[in-house]
Design a protein around this ligand. Structure first.
Ligand code: NAI
Length: 355
């Protein structure tokens, strides 16, 4: 299979001044696409701004013979990023919503500002960029969009309630856009990447270690003082703690092939969610147990639910719904009608035990 090219396509990559975004921008630039390298140039927690991050990547693409322009707006002003693409290249074909920051804190310590900023950059930012290109995609009957979720969004992760909420929101945003865009050849897929860059992969953030340092100070008059300091540091930079072979496998460059594949004009995949990193690519989907059916009458009690808990949570014969219409409520109603009344079960007590 000859490698896929992107000649005559215009790609917007947000947050492309470093990490994963930079890898995507260089990848598309080397395969014929014109690239809008967007980056606000902020710190990992979203502070400060700088134009140099985007400029360096544009320079690198141009030096290699590719076409690229820089854009320094926040993704929250997505229309300005699309405007840059239209001014420079007069079209937009592909959007990689990648820009992101972290404000990790346990939920007890989370402030409204930590919550709002994460939603603004990840969710509102991806919405604004995509919204500004949507009509262009519809008119030209072509568009490819990537949303960037995270394993934290899919599974939850300690200290990332704001981030995980935003990241899973992007996956469901993507599912809806996939359904709305299909008829106009607009495809939207989501990735949960893993790469050694500024926003570290979960296998690292899970291990916020508690470090205990014992310092022994011996003075000349032989007084010995022992000080014990216990700290929980913020996640370390990936580069500083990973063994070199793991680090090599976690290159952002190893996420780019899936992103590029999903964005190619010949790719049919639409509405998918993929985990990708270190040379591993897998698709995720919803799984539903066969469940239990209850007669919908006044015998449908919490205790009746408890009596069928085994059936409700039995995944031995699952279904894989991918649309709201995959639930056949009429047949469920039909089944329920033919059921005898729910068995009278002794009520549950407040501690969940049967009375
Ligand atoms: P990074 O911190 O290396 O790069 C993110 C870039 O986005 C930075 O250059 C930053 O300046 C830019 N940016 C931040 N806010 C922006 C804004 N409002 N407008 C425009 N640009 C902005 O991060 P990394 O690790 O490359 O992550 C990229 C994406 O992948 C993020 O969405 C992140 O949440 C996601 N992700 C990364 C994982 C990893 O293992 N690296 C794991 C799961 C998700």
């Amino acid at each position: 299979m000859s490698d896929l090219r992107f000649d005559n396509r215009v790609v917007i990559v947000t947050g492309a001044g470093g990490g994963l975004g930079k890898a995507y921008a260089l990848f598309f630039g080397a395969r014929g696409a014109s690239v809008v390298v967007n980056d606000l140039g902020v710190s990992r927690s979203g502070d400060g701004t700088s134009t140099s991050a985007a400029d360096v990547v544009v320079e690198e693409i141009r030096k290699a013979g590719g076409k690229a322009v820089a854009n320094y707006n926040s993704v929250e002003d997505g229309d300005k990023i699309v405007e840059t693409a239209m001014k420079a290249f007069n079209r937009v074909d592909i959007i990689i919503n990648n820009a992101g920051i972290l404000r990790d804190k346990s939920f007890a310590r989370m402030t409204d500002a930590d919550w709002d900023l994460i939603q603004a950059v990840h969710v509102k930012g991806s919405y604004k960029v995509t919204k500004a290109a949507w009509d262009i995609f519809k008119k030209q009957k072509f568009g490819r969009i990537i949303m960037t979720a995270s394993a934290a969004g899919v599974y939850g992760n300690f200290g990332q309630s704001n981030y995980s909420a935003a990241k899973l929101a992007l996956a469901s945003f993507s599912s809806t856009l996939a359904k709305e865009g299909a008829k106009d050849n607009i495809h939207c897929n989501t990735i949960a990447p893993m790469a050694a860059s500024r926003i570290p992969p979960l296998l690292l953030t899970n291990r916020h270690p508690t470090i205990t340092t014992t310092i022994t100070i011996t003075t000349t008059i032989t007084i010995t003082t022992t000080i014990t300091i216990t700290t929980t540091p913020s996640p370390p930079r990936t580069e500083s703690i990973m063994p070199p072979d793991v680090l090599a496998a976690l290159k952002p460059e190893y996420v780019a092939p899936l992103v590029a594949y999903l964005c190619h004009e010949t790719t049919k995949e639409n509405g998918g969610l993929f985990e990708v990193g270190a040379g591993f690519v897998a698709k995720l989907r919803w799984e539903r147990s066969r469940g239990a059916v209850f007669k919908a009458d006044d015998t449908f009690s919490p205790a009746a639910v408890g009596a069928k808990w085994g059936e409700i949570t039995d995944f031995s014969n699952p279904e894989y719904p991918s649309s709201v219409t995959d639930t056949d409520f009429l047949s469920l109603l039909e089944q329920a009608k033919n059921l005898a009344a729910n068995p009278k079960v002794a009520p549950l007590t407040y501690d969940g035990k049967v009375a």
